[in-house]
Design a protein around this ligand. Structure first.
Ligand SMILES: [Fe+2]
Ligand SMILES: [Fe+2]
Length: 263
């Protein structure tokens, strides 16, 4: 069994200090094995914002794997930096974090994919570089569970869901952010393979869209993946949804989801 925490869109530089403090307390209470952060650690990729993010990372109760988000690249109003050194501050402030991290233990393989593009601001795309990387890592992976995480949920195309390519490669679980909205579903490829997709809200920033601040606690205990969404109530984080998935005859399916009362 592994307990994975999925955080996204922290946006240091535009955070609510009470939420940050409470988020850390909630993570320390639940003690996940690993924390996957799917990008947008900062608001404008400024040094002091990365320094705040660094401080947050140092206070986490478990190892973290991180991919950059579009807000972590040099901003477009600094065109030379954007063009030639888009990830310079990410590397300078987080030297111990690769933008394409791989985590492996006896139970899970977790692959981080950098979906940011220096010539675009918001849109990300799953490209051959991502799929080739997944192929390379999974060719050596012997763990029963495979997880991929990236910042952007690519837009759906008429030819199907863009994450089908990850399901076809044997990925069980995909974690994304960027849209600041929590969501969990099964993605099914034409080939019959499937995976669970979990999208996170913004963990601690004031850049709220439809959802309150929140993050995911994901319990992986094959053949089950249970997604618990922890949301900010205004005073603390509590469970807002618990969505269990199960793999039967090689296919991921949702079990009956339900809303649980605040804990
Ligand atoms: Fe964001
Ligand atoms: Fe983003």
């Amino acid at each position: 069994m592994r307990l994975l925490a999925h955080l996204s869109d922290l946006h240091f530089g535009r955070t609510d200090a009470r939420v940050v403090e409470s988020l850390l307390a909630d993570l320390h209470h639940h003690r996940p094995d690993l924390i996957a952060i799917s990008g947008d650690l900062t608001q404008r990729a400024k040094s002091h914002q990365f320094a705040e993010a660094r401080q947050f990372l140092d206070a986490l109760p478990a190892p973290a794997v991180i991919v950059p988000g579009n807000h972590d690249l040099a901003p477009l109003y600094r065109p030379l930096n954007r063009l030639f050194r888009p990830r310079a501050k990410f590397h300078r402030h987080l030297p111990d974090h690769e933008p394409w991290p791989v985590w492996q233990d006896e139970e899970i393989t977790v692959i981080g994919l950098d979906s940011t593009r220096h010539l675009r601001w918001t849109s990300g795309k799953l490209r051959s570089i991502h799929l080739d990387h997944v192929d390379t890592v999974l060719a050596e992976a012997t763990t029963p569970v495979k997880v991929a995480f990236l910042h952007h949920p690519p837009a759906e195309s008429p030819s199907g869901h863009p994450f089908e390519a990850l399901a076809e490669r044997g990925v069980d679980l995909i974690l994304t952010g960027h849209v600041h909205k929590a969501h969990a579903e099964v993605i099914r490829a034409n080939t019959g393979q499937s995976c669970v997709l979990v999208q996170a809200s913004t963990a601690c920033s004031t850049r709220l869209r439809e959802d309150a601040n929140g993050y995911g606690l994901i319990r992986i205990d094959m053949p089950e993946i249970e997604v618990t969404l922890r949301g900010w109530s205004g005073a603390a984080f509590h469970t807002t949804h618990q969505v269990p998935f199960t793999r039967t005859t090689g296919e991921w399916r949702p079990r009956k989801g339900h809303v649980t009362p605040p804990a």
